[in-house]
Design a protein around this ligand. Structure first.
Ligand code: FAD
Length: 285
């Protein structure tokens, strides 16, 4: 089924409930209806928006979310559609004794956005078992092999407009249901201890580098728990996380990010890349 909304308040869809109106927001769980609708249009694909700051009061673009959550199993591989959450993916694979996703299940994203960001948690990365993906691009459905995605730490060449990941083929590795569940519970416990937040967040604000653990650096600079405004602050548990009250102004969030960026630049003498992806009124930053 396809749902199309005009002059839509994107804060309703936003993971942190922040952002203004967009010209059009569309979600659809059917592959052929999605393609028919997107043909010859410019669009920005979104998933669970757990990494996106919508930083505008109005944006004249079309935002599209593919909500198909199906998994199709073959002998040694499975194909998962990109609208499935990483938790549901883990849960359904666990029931078939398939391992490799139990730590990733604690990341609050959908599969499509997680492939784009090459999401990882501890020793599991979404691309570990990935073989190839199916995308809609240039009005065509095409397969892209893992090697064509230029995957690196929290990055890929898929972070762009007018591209929709339909889903991906992954290798099947069998394991015991008990161990798979145990791994998930341990990872979840770790999250609850280290990242128990009273407000929402978009995960790590900046990317760590080989040289720098950004959370530690911001902590050393006494920025842990730093209150920037009534609705936006640095987490008192993890200095690379910003905590955001629902329906805060996106300007407030963006200003805190800019402030931290400047502090890091002044201290390290080099620019540190943001992990949060900002969409301004004219599009991606
Ligand atoms: C509390 C918290 C903890 C987190 N912990 C981790 C962690 O441990 N490790 C980690 O790697 N990340 C972590 N994240 C970040 C985030 O959850 C992941 O990057 C996530 O996988 C993104 O998925 P999403 O569906 O929310 O994508 P979105 O935020 O919606 O989108 C991310 C990017 O993907 C694009 N996109 C989304 N869907 C599609 C699609 N179907 N086709 C084409 N492009 C698409 C968007 O345009 C955007 O560029 C955390 C976030 C939070 C809030």
């Amino acid at each position: 089924m396809i749902k199309i909304y005009h002059n839509y308040s994107i804060s309703k869809k936003s993971y942190i409930h922040v952002g203004g109106r967009v010209k059009t927001y569309c979600e659809c769980d059917d592959l052929y209806e999605s393609i028919k609708y997107l043909k010859n249009k410019n669009f920005i694909s979104i998933g669970n928006t757990s990494k996106i700051l919508f930083n505008f009061s109005y944006c004249s673009k079309l935002f599209f979310c593919f909500t198909n959550k199906k998994i199709v199993f073959f002998k040694d591989v499975f194909f998962a559609y990109s609208g499935i959450s990483l938790y549901e993916l883990y849960f359904r694979l666990k029931n078939k004794n398939i391992t490799g996703f139990s730590l990733l299940a604690t990341i609050p994203g959908f599969l499509g956005g997680s492939i784009v960001n090459n999401s990882s948690f501890k020793e599991q990365c979404i691309s570990d078992l990935l073989i190839k993906i199916l995308v809609f691009q240039d009005n065509k459905l095409i397969f892209l092999s893992k090697e064509e995605l230029n995957l690196s730490y929290r990055n890929s060449s898929l972070k762009k407009d007018n591209l929709l990941i339909i889903g991906g083929y992954f290798k099947i590795i069998k394991g015991s249901k008990e161990n798979i569940k145990k791994e998930f519970l341990l990872a979840n416990k770790y999250r609850l201890e280290k990242q128990k937040f009273t407000f929402n967040s978009l995960g790590s604000t900046f990317k760590n580098t080989e040289k720098y653990q950004i959370g530690k650096i911001l902590d050393n600079l006494s920025l842990k728990g730093y209150i920037f405004s009534k609705s936006v602050k640095v987490s008192p548990l993890h200095a690379n996380f910003i905590l955001i009250k629902p329906y805060s102004s996106s300007k407030d969030v963006n200003n805190l990010i800019k402030f931290l960026e400047k502090v890091l630049y002044n201290y390290l003498g080099e620019k540190i890349s943001k992990e949060i992806q900002i969409i301004n009124k004219d599009g991606r930053e």
